[in-house]
Design a protein around this ligand. Structure first.
Ligand code: DGT
Ligand code: CA
Ligand code: CA
Ligand code: ZN
Length: 584
């Protein structure tokens, strides 16, 4: 951990203590420490974890132990507890310039405002008046802070950042004379995070070509402005608003730099602290043995091998147990794009899709898929021209005819994306549901239910014998709409008990079920299905984003429904229904 990170934690502790109205002396102590630490020349982490004692004014025994805990583990239990003890969103408010703990409390107590989005709404609808300490001027300032915060805090969807990074990288490589030895996109993009803060690029440059390379980089037409341009690091902002950090390294340092700047920070810190105990020092310039000698490796597989570890795919480097597993060589083989044999969750012009059913099937055939599951919207989805019972029946007859036409080429499964009604029931009578091969049950209305009611609602749908899978589990739209309140662990328990599949919605705005729950789903034997939720033929490839997320969740081929062949998948679909019918 860097000094500024430690200082940041102390600063936040002070803010929370102030929100909680705690002893001013205690608050002052943390604030002072934060200032002292951020001005320190040496790296505190190294001093403290080396066991050396500190004699810095303002840092007593208690603070010393907290610094040590941070340095050793990357976390601080006291801080984690504190964060949990204040209402969610209240801390977010204090991130705004000009809004300290006092005003945050004021807003919370008087207007129940928890979070920057809610404050933004309140200001826009002119609800913040008549409160002492919140004059017109203050409100105007808050408005500006919110605007700045939005620009500053902005994250990007993986798909958008990836496309921009890809083009930039291609531009850098495309020079008449070879300038680059190796180049790689690093950071959260390489780890396939669902959203990313910026683009990180690591490049090693051929000796003597450094100047030419920097010039090429800085001439990229998409650059809006240059933030800084040094010999080893250049930071720019693209016209889209995304930041790009370029690290220029020596060819001999490339692997270490790539590993370092791939992160995650948590992964690097865990690796470093474990290996420190075994006498290694790791940083962006190398791996150094106890005697100070640099250990040479040619690629990341060799990098991990130095420590007796299995190669850790970038997607797994999140500090969620991958280092332990790599040490015991128990990281599983992860699912890959080529494992997918078909897709479910396809919309057509029968409802809100943009292309006809047959066009969608043709696109699946082109992809080499052996089956495709059609699931248009159900009757209560008025916004999407949901199908009435008779419309659905006529679609099924049409699919029967197409299945004859496409025999031996692709199998079309008849399905529906049924709304989950507020009481958890589905949209059609049993007679109609019985005729379908599969049903995706999704919440599309009444997102504001209390958590326990929403959880019951979804669990009712899970238990329904006709529900094959639950669509987009939390309804989130990344960077746009928060997930609705639902106890995912309980839903997974229920899905496990009833053998109901959980969708991994591969739309790059959804990527829902979140990868942070996939390991849990797998450990509960819940099968997942990677679905494109395609509304036109060109979005069938969304499944690749789903593969990224499945891998981040440690999913193997066998954890994914649509890696099976036609007969395996048919058996699973009918097996789920039979199992549930017997159970009830
Ligand atoms: P982002 O950009 O917020 O989506 O997430 P990252 O992971 O790309 O973070 P970024 O761009 O700040 O840094 C890229 C990587 O560089 C990060 O994953 C790990 C490494 N790194 C950067 N700063 C530090 C640091 O202070 N300590 C450690 N251990 N690693 C760092
Ligand atoms: Ca980054
Ligand atoms: Ca960065
Ligand atoms: Zn949907």
């Amino acid at each position: 951990m860097t000094n500024s990170e430690i200082a940041e934690v102390f600063q936040q502790i002070a803010e929370i203590l102030e929100i909680k109205g705690e002893n001013p002396f205690k608050i002052r102590a943390y604030l002072n420490a934060a200032i002292v630490i951020s001005r320190l020349g040496e790296n505190l982490s190294d001093i403290v974890s080396g066991g050396e004692h500190l004699s810095i004014p303002g840092i007593g025994k208690d603070l010393y132990l907290k610094i040590k805990e941070l340095a050793d583990t990357g976390r601080l239990a006291y801080y984690d507890e504190l964060v949990k003890s204040v209402p969610e969103g209240l801390l977010e408010l204090t991130k705004l310039r000009g809004l300290g703990p006092k005003k945050a409390n004021l807003l919370y107590n008087n207007f129940n405002i928890k979070g920057i989005g809610e404050l933004d709404d309140a200001i826009k609808s002119d609800r913040l008046s008549g409160i002492r300490g919140l004059g017109q001027k203050t409100v105007e300032n808050l408005k500006k802070s919110i605007e700045d915060y939005k620009v500053f805090k902005q994250r990007f969807l993986y798909i958008d950042a990836f496309n921009q990074a890809f083009l930039f990288e291609a531009y850098l490589k495309n020079t008449p004379q070879k300038l680059i030895d190796e180049i790689e996109i690093a950071g959260s993009l390489r780890r396939k995070m669902e959203t990313v803060g910026d683009i990180d690029i690591v490049a090693s440059v051929i000796a003597g070509k450094e100047g030419q390379f920097s010039k090429r980089f800085l001439s990229y037409p998409e650059i809006l402005r240059v933030e800084s341009a040094g010999e080893t690091k250049i930071s720019v902002v693209l016209k889209s608003g995304i930041h790009v950090d370029l690290r220029i390294v020596q060819p001999a340092d490339f692997v270490y730099a790539l590993h370092h700047f791939t992160g995650s920070k948590l992964h690097n810190e865990e690796l470093r602290s474990i290996e420190k105990k075994r006498g290694y020092k790791i940083n962006e310039y190398g791996i150094f043995a106890g005697n100070g000698n640099k250990i040479t490796v040619g690629n990341e597989a060799e990098f991990y091998d130095v420590f007796g570890m299995q190669f850790i795919p970038p997607e797994l480097r999140e500090g969620t147990g991958e280092i332990e597993s790599a040490l015991s060589h128990s990281i599983p083989g992860l699912v890959e794009e080529k494992d997918l044999k078909g897709v479910f969750h396809i919309h057509t012009t029968y409802t809100d899709g943009k292309e006809s059913l047959e066009e969608m099937i043709e696109a699946c055939v082109k992809q080499g898929y052996k089956y495709a599951g059609i699931s248009d919207h159900s009757v209560s989805a008025h916004y999407a021209k949901g199908l009435s019972t008779s419309e659905l029946e006529s679609q099924m007859e049409y699919i029967d005819r197409l299945n004859k036409k496409y025999e031996g080429i692709i199998k079309i499964f008849k399905g529906i994306e049924s709304d989950i009604l507020p009481d958890g029931s589905l949209d059609y009578d049993e007679k109609t549901l019985e005729k379908l091969d599969f049903v995706i049950a999704s919440v599309h209305s009444k997102f504001n239910m209390a958590e326990n009611l929403m959880t019951e609602r979804i669990m009712n749908a899970v238990k329904n014998p006709y529900t094959t899978m639950i669509g987009h589990l939390t309804g989130r739209l990344l960077l746009e709409r928060k997930e609705y309140a639902v106890d995912i662990s309980r839903v997974l328990d229920c899905a496990s008990e009833y053998k109901t599949i959980i969708e991994l919605n591969a739309n790059p705005k959804r990527l829902d079920i979140d990868w942070r729950y996939i390991k849990e789903a797998i450990s509960k034997n819940v099968l997942l299905s990677i679905n494109p939720d395609a509304h036109n033929s060109s979005s069938i490839y969304f499944v690749n984003y789903g593969i990224n997320i499945a891998r981040k969740g440690w999913a193997r081929k066998s954890d994914i429904l649509n890696t099976g062949n036609v007969s395996e998948v048919s058996n699973v679909l009918s097996g789920i229904r039979d199992y549930k019918k017997k159970k009830i």
